[in-house]
Ligand binder design. Structure first.
Ligand code: ZN
Length: 376
């Protein structure tokens, strides 16, 4: 019988791996060792070519048959940045907290889930861990590649819990059952540069760019619904970069971001923007980066199960939310119901990212309670 897993010790070892996207820097090797000792069959592989790869991925499976419960997460972290009080890749304990890059996003959750999987060992059905090294990056060769491998092995989870940091003020206060989609669009309008004293020689692109901006701001989207805020289009920059007082500029550009709910599809929004641009400035350049479609898991057995587990451990009845940025649940929801639950998100991606030791321990208790319910 292998020993219990101390989630705090495991977290400290994971933080010591400087796994800035897409490096795994020993983090997945460490998880693979620990999971193998817990009876998981571990498959590690790399996917993709430069510049968006190769990305290290890990799939671990234990047991067989139904139900198939999966936990999804990532070992990669965002770059630490300058100005940490202590080395971001040395877990440092100060006043009940562990400081280190990835402490909350999301090595703390990985450690807590592995500890829970060590406690709930003789389960029926199948337990799997879907772990990417590319959640914080382009996310093209991580979760999507893992889903391909799962499909090729006929592994079809019925429930997925994503361990992203979802708690707001206290551990347990928020479960995410959906997320908005996000699309960035760059529009470049070209005119003809000239001397302002000779405007007939020029063609000022600002006029058309401003009209495009006005029409985009007035573009009707939706009113939202019980679960989602209204979709929102925001112009995030408008650039001409003209330093001269006597020159009609040759180019004007604007960038916008749309955060949208499940009433919209990203590709439809892009088409509507393109149509407006084409009417106002035929031939203008439009570049698009669709980060993810919106998704929503109707409250049901999975969210009820996670909610009950949270309440059992913390005494808090969590709120169901669809706020915040995107996560790899944007892909995983194609497989089955998905919910996200994890640590407090206040310090994620910041300098001196830190997690309360007690929260990691309680998160392990919550994940254990989830597993006992999933395999009951
Ligand atoms: Zn994350």
């Amino acid at each position: 019988m292998p020993a219990a897993i101390d989630p705090i010790a495991l977290l400290e070892r994971l933080i010591a791996c400087p796994s800035v996207t897409p490096a795994e820097a020993g983090a997945q090797a460490l998880l693979a060792d620990v999971l193998a000792s817990l009876g998981f069959e571990v498959h590690r592989f790399e996917a993709g070519e430069p510049p968006n790869g190769p990305v290290p991925n890990l799939l671990a499976v234990r047991g067989s048959g139904a139900p198939h419960f999966a936990f999804a997460g990532h070992t990669d972290v965002v770059p630490p940045g300058e100005g940490w009080a202590t080395d971001p890749f040395v877990a440092t304990r100060r006043s009940g907290l562990i400081h280190g890059r990835g402490a909350v996003d999301m090595k703390g959750a990985l450690a807590a889930f592995v500890a829970a999987a060590a406690r709930v060992r003789d389960h029926r059905g199948m337990l799997s861990l879907i772990i990417t090294g590319d959640e914080e990056g382009p996310a093209l060769n991580g979760t999507l590649a893992l889903m391909d491998v799962m499909a090729s092995r006929a592994l079809a989870p019925e429930m997925i819990l994503v361990g992203e940091p979802t708690s707001e003020a206290r551990l347990g206060d928020t479960i995410k059952i959906g997320r908005r989609g996000s699309v960035n669009i760059w529009i470049t309008v070209t005119g003809r540069q000239a001397h302002v004293a000779y405007p007939h020689n020029g063609d000022n692109p600002i006029t058309r760019a401003v009209r495009i901006g006005e029409r985009l701001n007035a573009m009707p989207l939706d009113e939202g619904d019980d679960w989602f805020e209204p979709s929102n289009l925001e112009i995030t920059t408008f650039d001409v970069g003209n330093r001269a007082t006597n020159v009609i500029p040759g180019e004007a550009s604007l960038r916008l971001n749309i955060r949208f709910n499940t009433h919209q599809r990203g590709s439809d929004l892009v088409e509507r923007v393109r149509a407006i641009v084409e009417e106002e400035a035929p031939g203008a350049k439009v570049d698009v980066l669709l980060s993810g479609e919106a998704f929503f898991t109707e409250p049901g057995p999975l969210s009820a199960m996670v909610s009950a587990a949270v309440e059992e451990v913390t005494g808090i009845a969590p709120e169901f939310s669809t706020g915040g940025g995107t996560s790899d649940a944007r892909y995983l929801h194609r497989l089955c119901p998905v919910v996200e639950f994890g640590l407090l998100n206040a310090t994620m991606h910041k300098l001196d990212e830190a997690v309360a030791i007690a929260d990691v321990e309680r998160l392990a208790d919550i994940y254990e309670a989830v597993l006992r319910r999933a395999f009951a």
